[in-house]
Design a binder for this molecule. Structure first.
Ligand code: SF4
Length: 483
């Protein structure tokens, strides 16, 4: 039973970006490629790498998957460029999806070359850009990251005792950053620690830095520690050293709990905990809060698998696969625009009729954003003969947009913004619908509740945001450039 392509083509929450860096390894380029590949789930629009031999930085970026952008020849050429590299996979949470916004951004300014890769979203990017443009600065792309370059190059900033520290104090929002200078990598995490960033070490002593530990695993690096909120970690020929640009523990962390719910790889350690284990606990908590009278528990692929396992374990209802996913068709739901998504609907998500026919199903989903994809999937289950569908969601109703690097739609597009749970149930045409509570979700992670951002559920934005600013606030510039 194929799911209609129209249902698959509308994305739910989309991902952000992934960062990988490696200093002083003869196979730096190949390892950077592998690290980026392991982070591919964090962004599929573009990929890029910047490499240095200690004197010159060279880079290459392109649209598409890591394996499409970097073929064997390209990797060989980059390998000749040096033993230190940073890489980036992108999903645009600010700025459009085009090659001009692919990262790392590589520029030359008065102090030499620098390449920058960013995961997150600056909430004051429009303001800063306007200020710079009023002083005659010219921008090439439309991503918020380019503002950082202008801050770095500003004449009154370059002469500061620690220019980078000075620059970072101007930024507001969520950011993990990798700066590649010819002699070093600087790895940065915003004071709230919204996005994850960790440091690892290879057997040969070389240091690596990555958005998730799954990228350390793929190159056989051992996790050393996370980059702390508000910290700059320098990796150079002397090893690693640390300084804080905002003072250690200057603000309470606001880790994005959605990294655990949906975004990160289940094998990764995020904010000190394994993602799979947190998701399994979400499933167990969901079963305690919202039990279902069902014959079988099935997950909506892929992210709800861990939660479905936990739900099954807690409820005693057997777990089975209700859907199959083609591994060869890509993840169409993270394509950046509707036309792109429509082109990418070749991905097949099929229902296993023999598992669902005449059964009462407890269907576990990680989240509902617009509701359109979920509705398509529930319809497919029904057409395959499901007797009852009891939908259980391993995160609370999403009522507010995210301004910190996750591409949730505007208020109006969020189904829970103006619909009650009963109304959503009716829209989805399921027999029952229940979400985990906010308190229940927070009980599944180890740190105190106030260490996590919950804004998309609670509306409590820890970093003040301008609700008029959208992902495409900078796109008026793009119209000039690409029309
Ligand atoms: S608003 Fe939601 S998705 Fe965005 S950082 Fe906060 S918890 Fe994460």
């Amino acid at each position: 039973m194929n799911i209609p392509t129209s249902a698959l083509s509308m994305p739910d929450a989309k991902e952000k970006c992934g960062l990988f860096g490696i200093f002083g390894d003869p196979a730096a380029v190949d390892k950077c490629f592998l690290g980026m590949h392991a982070l591919q789930h964090r962004g599929q629009e573009s990929a890029g790498m910047a490499v240095t031999d200690g004197e010159m930085i060279q880079g290459y970026t392109g649209m598409g998957l890591v394996g499409e952008v970097f073929d064997k020849d390209r990797l060989q050429k980059l390998t000749q460029c040096g033993q230190t590299a940073i890489g980036h996979v992108r999903y645009s949470t600010s700025g459009a999806s085009h090659a001009g916004n692919a990262q790392p951004l590589l520029v030359e300014y008065s102090r030499g070359q620098v390449a920058v890769a960013h995961n997150g979203n600056l909430v004051n990017a429009s303001l800063l850009r306007r200020e710079y443009e009023e002083h005659g600065h010219i921008f090439q792309g439309t991503s918020d990251t380019e503002v950082i370059i202008h801050l770095l190059a500003k004449p009154t900033h370059v002469d500061k005792p620690d220019p980078l520290k000075h620059v970072l104090n101007h930024l507001q929002g969520s950011y993990c950053l990798l700066f590649l200078f010819p002699d070093r990598i600087e790895a940065v995490r915003d004071p709230y620690g919204i996005r994850p960033l960790c440091i690892g070490q290879l057997e040969n002593g070389a240091y690596v830095v990555a958005s998730e530990t799954c990228a350390l695993d793929i190159v056989d690096a051992t996790l050393v520690r996370e980059v702390e909120p508000g910290e700059i970690v320098t990796i150079n020929a002397d090893g690693i050293s640390s300084r804080f640009f905002d003072g250690p523990n200057s603000v309470k962390p606001a880790h994005c709990i959605f990294e655990h719910v949906y975004f990160s790889d289940p094998s990764s350690m995020i904010f000190g905990e394994n993602v799979h284990q947190v998701r399994a606990e979400l499933g167990r908590q969901l079963a305690r809060e919202a039990p279902a009278d069902a014959d079988v528990v099935i997950p909506v692929p892929n992210c709800a698998r861990c939660a479905a396992g936990g739900f099954s374990e807690e409820s005693g209802i057997p777990y089975d696969r209700g859907f199959t996913v083609s591994h060869y068709a890509g993840r169409s739901f993270i394509e950046p625009s509707q036309p792109m998504r429509d082109l990418a609907v070749k991905m097949k998500l099929n229902v296993i009729r023999e598992v669902v026919k005449d059964k009462r199903l407890a269907v576990i989903e990680d989240s509902i954003v617009r509701g359109t994809t979920t509705k398509g999937k529930m319809g497919a289950l029904r057409r395959a003969g499901a007797k009852e569908i009891h939908l259980r969601i391993a995160s609370p109703p999403i009522r507010f947009p995210c301004y910190y690097g996750i591409d949730f739609p505007s208020h109006d597009e969020l189904i829970a913004n103006d619909k009650s749970v009963d109304e959503i149930r009716d829209y989805l045409e399921v027999d029952s619908l229940a979400y985990i509570s906010l308190e229940g979700m927070l009980s599944c992670v180890k740190k105190e509740n106030d260490n996590y951002c919950t804004a998309c559920w609670s509306g409590n934005y820890r970093i003040p945001v301008d609700h008029q600013v959208s992902k495409f606030s900078l796109e008026r510039y793009q119209m000039k450039m690409f029309d």
